[in-house]
Design a protein around this ligand. Sequence first.
Ligand code: EPU
Length: 337
Amino acid sequence: MHIQNDISLKPFNTFGIDVKAKHFISVKSVEGLKRIFSSEEFPQKFILGGGSNMLLTKDIDALVIHLNLKGKTVLEQTENEILVKCEAGENWHEFVLWTLEKDFGGLENLSLIPGNVGTSPIQNIGAYGIELKDVFHSCDALNLETLEIESFTKEACEFDYRNSIFKQHAKDRYIIISVVFNLSIGHHNLNTNYGAIISELENMNIEQPTIQDVSRAVIAIRQSKLPDPKEIGNSGSFFKNPIIPKEDFLKLQGNFPDAPHYIVSENEIKVPAGWLIEHAGFKGKTFGNYGVHKKQALVLVNYGGAKGKDILNLSKLIQDTVVRIFGIHIEAEVNII
Ligand code: EPU
């Protein structure tokens, strides 16, 4: 086991927060992972995937395990469908591009999402009308108590909006080691209903889009709104879009007739947190070396050298202000460590 001590985690989190790991190991095999978990040398352990959905507010006084399992395999194929298995440590967007090169359909709307394949089921990543659950077949996870590999079907994962069993009762009990996707071949069902995709394809003068065109449109939209973590530290949407009772929404609409919203069920309405934050006056606000992104208020940014605690405090100020103005609580989507 090659264990390093006092390592900066700055390159391992997309927010670019400079905290230290007391001990650090990069793991390339499931056997290696099992060895670490069966050893008693480091009782405190912390799993690090793509580091794209976390805000680190302190040094990690534990063995930080960087999951570096790689590989992609086609499992089986029928006339219209293909099952592709991808190991947890593959970069999400590189995997999406690989599927598109092979003309496998289903992941195009999820292009350019930061993070790794193994963490994608945890929060059921989603964008532009598609969620991971729509293309998910199953995943394998290491049970940290028994050190056995268990397989989870789609139903077993209990997917919901930015949620799954791995954020609920299976939290901290498993490490996802690989994910199997159910993709299309030959004939693809495109999902271009999301307004911005349609207008982007029109801008590109494309009438009969391919999956590769949809991916290019999504990439263009994301690049125009969301900061590239390589340039400006961030974790994508910092908050979830709140789902509120219909009667609360009607009150909100009474005061703010233009409030955008999506109907979730007969009694529930989803309101974009970005709109609430913008109308609470935070969009584009800068506080020294951190702030709220100027093009998408849902994204908090580190312009360089910010402390995790500063960004956490800003998120609390935003939450308190949104409650005061709109009476709506917005919940953090990123994991605060
Ligand atoms: N809006 C504002 N001001 C803003 C941002 C948004 O008024 O600063 C309004 C927009 O005008 C629009 C509505 O909010 O009416 C929705 O905006 P957008 O389409 O940008 O999507 P979102 O709800 O803000 C969600 C996801 C994103 C995903 C996009 C596209 C969540 C928490 N976020 O954002 O996911 O890319 O939809 O599907 O559900 C992520 O999770 O990291 C992420 C970026």
